[in-house]
Design a protein around this ligand. Structure first.
Ligand code: ZN
Ligand code: ZN
Length: 85
């Protein structure tokens, strides 16, 4: 369970976007567009913002962060990648 107060200050570590809290599954999800390879934000053309990755994708993903013992795991490489469509 994540408190409202905590939820308000948390942001996606990739794009700094707002997170949606799924109480049932105890997960925090950012529904902005992220690179399916590295999890960094992609622009409208699908270009990954990471210079190391640089991938162009047609299928950007949402990132879902799990919560363990009431502590959200805000790590891009630990996040679950979910289809946005
Ligand atoms: Zn994000
Ligand atoms: Zn990338």
């Amino acid at each position: 369970m994540v408190s409202k107060e905590l939820l308000e200050i948390l942001a996606c570590p990739s794009c700094k976007g707002d997170l949606e809290y799924d109480k049932v599954n105890d997960k925090l999800t950012c529904r902005n567009r992220h690179c399916p390879e590295c999890g960094m934000p992609v622009d409208d053309a699908g270009q990954c913002s990471s210079s190391e990755c640089g991938k162009v994708t047609m299928n950007p993903v949402a990132l879902s962060y799990r919560v363990e013992d009431d502590i959200p795991i805000m790590l891009i490489y630990e996040a679950e990648k979910l289809s946005l469509s």
